[in-house]
Design a protein. Structure first.
Lengths: 115, 112
C-alpha cells in the first residue's frame, strides 16, 4: 500500500485561479517536502516542513504557500496560478537521523497545467 | 553542498551488470552519498546510501573510494525495469539540515 499519496493526480487550472495540491503520508515521518520537476531538469525544492504546524521555504518558494495541519498532511497552495507554474509536482516524506541524513520517499506526482 | 558529476547516459543489455559512476570531489566530511532513480511518470525512488567503503542491499551495491571523491553504483543483472534516470546526491547529515539536490542524473537505457 502506497505510503505517500497525492491528489489530484492531474489538474488543469486557469491563470489567476487558486490551486491546492494535497499530500498524505502514512510513514509517520516528521519531514515532508514539495518539489517540482520540469522537462529536462532535476527536482527543485519549493517548501518543506519539520512537523505539524511548521513550513519552511526551499529553493524556489515564490508564488507558492504551504500548509502542514497534521503529521500526515502537507498541502501546496498556488494562490494566483500562472502558466510558468505548469509542472509536475512531487511530495515526499522523510525522517532525518544523525549520521544518516534523511531518506525521502516520494509520491506519484501531480501534473498541473495552468492555461 | 558538494557538487556531483555523472555521465549523462549509459546503455546496457538485459542481464549485464551496470556500474554508474559519480564524482564528488568537494565532498565534506559531514556529507553522505545517496542514490535515487526515477522512471517516467513516477516519483524518485531511494536505492542506497553510504558514507565510505562498500554498502550493499537487496537492490544494489555502492562502492566509495578511499578519499570519498568517487562513488560507483552497481546494479547486478539489469532488466528492462531498471531503465531509469539515476541520481547521485550528496547531502549534509550533521546538523539536522538536510537537502536533496537533484542534478540531471544518468539516463540508463536497457536493451533486450
Amino acid at each position: 500500500e502506497a505510503a505517500v499519496t497525492q491528489s489530484p493526480r492531474n489538474k488543469v487550472a486557469v491563470t489567476g485561479g487558486k490551486v491546492t495540491l494535497s499530500c498524505n503520508q502514512t510513514n509517520n515521518h516528521n519531514n515532508m517536502y514539495w518539489y517540482r520537476q520540469d522537462t529536462g531538469h532535476g527536482l527543485r525544492l519549493i517548501h518543506y516542513s519539520y512537523g505539524a504546524g511548521s513550513t519552511e521555504k526551499g529553493d524556489i518558494p515564490d508564488g507558492y504557500k504551504a500548509s502542514r495541519p497534521s503529521q500526515e498532511n502537507f498541502s501546496l497552495i498556488l494562490e494566483l496560478a500562472t502558466p510558468s507554474q505548469t509542472s509536475v509536482y512531487f511530495c515526499a516524506s522523510g525522517d532525518w537521523g544523525w549520521g544518516v541524513g534523511d531518506t525521502q520517499y516520494f509520491g506519484p506526482g501531480t501534473r498541473l497545467l495552468v492555461l | 553542498l558538494a557538487k556531483t558529476t555523472q555521465p549523462p547516459s549509459m546503455e546496457a543489455y538485459e542481464g549485464q551488470e551496470v556500474n554508474v559512476s559519480c564524482s564528488h570531489t568537494n565532498i565534506a566530511t559531514s556529507e553522505y552519498i545517496y542514490w535515487y532513480r526515477q522512471v517516467p511518470h513516477q516519483g524518485p525512488q531511494f536505492i542506497i546510501q553510504g558514507y565510505k567503503d562498500y554498502v550493499v542491499n537487496e537492490v544494489a551495491s555502492l562502492f566509495i573510494s578511499a578519499d570519498r571523491k568517487l562513488s560507483t553504483l552497481s546494479l547486478p543483472w539489469v532488466s528492462l525495469r531498471d531503465a531509469a534516470v539515476y541520481y547521485c546526491i550528496v547531502t549534509d547529515t550533521s546538523s539536522g539540515s538536510w537537502q536533496l539536490i537533484f542534478g540531471s542524473g544518468t539516463q540508463l537505457t536497457v536493451m533486450p
